[in-house]
Design a protein around this ligand. Structure first.
Ligand code: HEC
Length: 120
């Protein structure tokens, strides 16, 4: 009798476990080099290889792309805000939504890259 009660719990548990394992595995597949490539391909034209937004595009755009050094030193900034800015874009600016091109894991990998490279 007890088996019938515990079995569903075990099955549900397994389901959740395998789900998070799969997610972790996916994140692990994006290497540092790949994150760098994602950044250079998608972001560097405006924000610059060094993240300081000193680019040709930067000079032409209004509002200007932000230097990550100042974005990241803003105490009100956090991973969630970074994620939504990149995923959904910023209305009325050249910062477009990247959720059409990049997966959630790719956006997270880019955030990790930016923080590692450009946070003072
Ligand atoms: C076409 C130029 C352009 C490209 C390409 C671009 N950005 Fe931006 N980005 C901007 C501009 C302009 C702003 C400033 C928006 C504003 O003033 O609020 C900005 C702002 C941001 C911000 C700050 C948002 C905030 O709330 O302060 C982040 C973070 C950011 N970009 C990340 C990225 C990442 C990561 C990529 C690549 C996946 C990228 N951007 C690609 C132009 C660009």
């Amino acid at each position: 009798m007890r088996v019938y009660i515990t079995l569903p719990f075990i099955l549900v548990g397994l389901l959740f476990c395998s789900h998070s394992f799969a997610e972790e595995a996916l994140e692990d597949t994006i290497s540092y080099e790949q994150s760098k490539e994602l950044y250079r391909d998608n972001c560097a034209s405006c924000h610059g290889k060094k993240g300081n937004a000193k680019t040709l595009m930067g000079r032409m755009l209004k509002p200007k792309p932000k230097a990550f050094q100042s974005v990241l030193s803003d105490p009100s900034m956090n991973d969630e805000k970074l994620f939504s800015a990149i995923s959904d874009g910023k209305p009325d600016t050249a910062m477009r939504a990247f959720n059409t091109d990049l997966s959630e894991d790719e956006i997270k990998a880019v955030i990790t890259y930016i923080k590692k490279e450009f946070e003072d």
